[in-house]
Design a protein around this ligand. Structure first.
Ligand SMILES: CC(C)c1ccc(C(=O)O)c(O)c1O
Ligand code: FE2
Length: 308
């Protein structure tokens, strides 16, 4: 019997590296992401700021703009020698990737870098290798964050996005939840990155950013952050609570442009081989928060996608 080898999807992700956010007041947002979220400023140019929460040159780029929103999402590939194969694969898939010039990658302190748009929501994605590693270790603030963890979208192209990320970009579904009417959730990981989700989608009326999440080291960091937010009059949008899908303890709050941010502690991790099967979780409020909380109206409300 002759079997066609199932098409091997090329892309192997090291991690979700960073996002680029358009912000309406760069000074305010730099101060907020440094002193409230806990990142460290690496480089400040007149309209752009690079911040980190690891040894990377950046895990967040903030750009001064007229309107706030999510401009780009960047994943690091597992190995530098995979870059050309991924570029060729994305080209074969009709995604028209472009490779940045040496001058552009140098200004980003990255190695080879490509960009393309997802065909359903029009978000710009970036695959890169060899980001500059900083000489000094990242020093977390009192509430310790350890990594940039995930991006969550609301989308009216739910099925298309689920298909695209799993069958074209080699993401794996960790869990789903759906009432088979208007509410559906899918949590996906960028294979073989181990975290329960680097990206999640929820069915909605429009295409927008729901929130960005940072990993907190300990549950204490969630508690410390609650008091830091209260003392700074930063709106808490949901939590503390516990998510059933990833088992993480969570806390959501608003950034200066009212974009929802999350601290997440204790997220489930998956092995590359022999990972558990995805679960279809009950579409109940307890799946979202086992502690019985409910989000504020502004939770996930502001998050324009910059697709031009
Ligand atoms: C988008 C929602 C509220 C959500 C649900 C579950 C998890 C998780 O299991 O980690 C999240 O991180 C979420 O943001
Ligand atoms: Fe989240």
């Amino acid at each position: 019997m002759f079997f066609l080898e199932e098409e091997r999807i090329m892309i192997r992700h090291k991690k979700l590296g960073y996002v680029v956010l358009n912000v309406t007041n760069l000074d305010n947002s730099v101060d907020f992401y440094e002193n409230i979220v806990g990142l460290q400023v690496v480089e400040l140019k007149n309209t752009i700021a690079f911040l980190r929460c690891s040894s990377d040159h950046h895990n967040l780029i903030l750009e001064q703009a007229g309107e706030a929103g999510l401009k780009r999402v960047a994943y690091e590939l597992e190995k530098e020698d995979q870059f050309q194969g991924v570029f060729d694969y994305l080209t074969e898939k009709g995604l028209n990737p472009i490779e940045l010039s040496a001058e552009e990658t140098q200004s980003l302190a990255q190695g080879r870098t490509l960009r393309f748009k997802d065909p359903h929501m029009g978000v710009t994605y970036e695959y890169y290798v060899d980001m500059k590693q900083m000489d000094s270790p990242f020093v977390p603030k009192k509430a310790k964050i350890t990594r940039f963890l995930h991006v969550v979208y609301e989308t009216n192209k739910y099925e298309e996005m689920l298909d695209f990320f799993t069958n074209t970009l080699n993401f794996r579904v960790s869990d789903t939840s759906s009432d088979n009417k208007e509410s559906s959730w899918a949590w996906l990981r960028a294979f073989p990155s181990p975290y329960h989700h680097d990206m999640a989608i929820t069915k909605g009326a429009e295409n927008k950013l729901n929130h960005l999440a940072y990993q907190a080291e300990r549950v204490d960091d969630i508690g410390i952050q609650v008091n830091k937010l209260k003392n700074a009059n930063v709106p808490i949008l949901f939590g503390p609570g516990r998510h059933r899908p990833s088992s993480s303890v969570f806390l959501y709050f608003a950034d200066p442009d009212r974009i929802t941010l999350e601290y997440s502690q204790g997220m489930e991790e998956f092995p590359e081989e022999g990972a558990r099967q995805p679960r279809e979780l009950e579409p109940t409020p307890e799946t979202i928060d086992e502690w019985g909380g409910t989000p504020e109206p502004d939770f996930g409300k502001f998050g324009k996608l910059i697709t031009d």
